[in-house]
Ligand binder design. Structure first.
Ligand SMILES: O=C(O)CCC(=O)C(=O)O
Length: 270
């Protein structure tokens, strides 16, 4: 079975300014600060100062804050808020949304930390919802070149590219156990030339098609970057209903490989 995302053209990236109610964004920042303090951070006026202090005290505890944030009601309130769901439905033109919670992510990219490389990729291989599913990417605090943001290459997003499935590795080259499916190396110079750094305020949302070529920008600082990603597909789209709503349930790219064996150029298995 082969599905062709290329066959459906259309807008790959739209920015929705002020979509998420300010009260929800404020609450999320407040909850992040409260988690940091409960994990041992000193009281500070500014969320970045609080996170920096906790990272200096104990980087592993900051890791637990990272995981806990995704489990808060404040996080869930954002990814399920009415305006976001309405924008996703309008974009997809669907009656009901498919949005597995495992594909809703909280992310921190701290200023000046080694780049936790999320190279050029398309979300399509990662989540495998309906053919035209979208990602909502939104920052908790302002994002742009001052904290890396994400970089996108809409002009080069007209097709699904071949991928290389490789293990994530630490700086010494040791495998971290889980894998990525970045776009094959030979295309990267084209994306580098077309890259745009998104500039968003809290409440703004970048809504993008799963075909959008993008990557995580290195955060040069001075500000940290906190972001939420949620994915929305058409629950009743034939291509996803026919395969029993199979998506990427755990690490592994089985659904992608089954649908697009010709797009897997390399796969590390050990
Ligand atoms: O937030 C980032 O830096 C990158 C996130 C990303 O690329 C994704 O979730 O697909």
């Amino acid at each position: 079975m082969t599905q062709t995302a290329e066959s459906r053209a259309g807008e790959v990236l739209s920015i929705h300014r002020g979509l998420i109610p300010a009260a929800l964004m404020d609450e999320a920042v407040e909850v992040l600060g409260a988690l940091a303090m409960a994990a041992g951070a000193p009281m500070r006026d500014d969320i970045d100062a609080q996170i920096t202090a906790l990272a200096a005290i104990d980087r592993r505890r900051l890791g637990r804050v990272y995981d806990a944030m995704r489990e808060t009601a404040a996080f869930r309130a954002i990814v399920t808020c009415g305006p976001l769901l309405a924008a996703a439905k309008a974009r997809l033109g669907c009656a009901h949304l498919h949005s597995p919670f495992q594909h809703c992510v909280f992310r921190m990219d701290l200023a000046g930390e080694p780049w936790r490389g999320f190279g050029w990729h398309q979300d399509y291989a990662y989540n495998m919802l309906s053919l035209d599913y979208v990602t909502a990417w939104l920052p908790l605090t302002a994002t742009g070149p001052h904290n890396g943001s994400i970089q996108a290459a809409p002009a080069a997003s007209d097709r699904v590219y071949p991928v290389e499935i490789r293990f994530k590795r630490d700086p010494t080259g040791a495998s971290l156990g889980t894998r990525d499916a970045f776009i094959a190396e030979r295309f990267q110079t084209v994306f580098d030339a077309a890259a745009q750094t998104l500039e968003l305020a809290p409440g703004d949302v970048a809504l993008f098609h799963n075909r959008l070529v993008h990557r995580s920008g290195f955060n040069p600082g001075p500000r940290h970057r906190y972001s939420i990603q949620a994915r929305f597909g058409d629950l009743l789209a034939a291509e996803v209903a026919d395969r029993g709503w199979a998506h990427r349930r755990a690490d592994g790219f089985e659904t992608f490989k089954a649908l697009h064996p010709e797009l897997v150029e390399l796969e590390e298995t050990a």
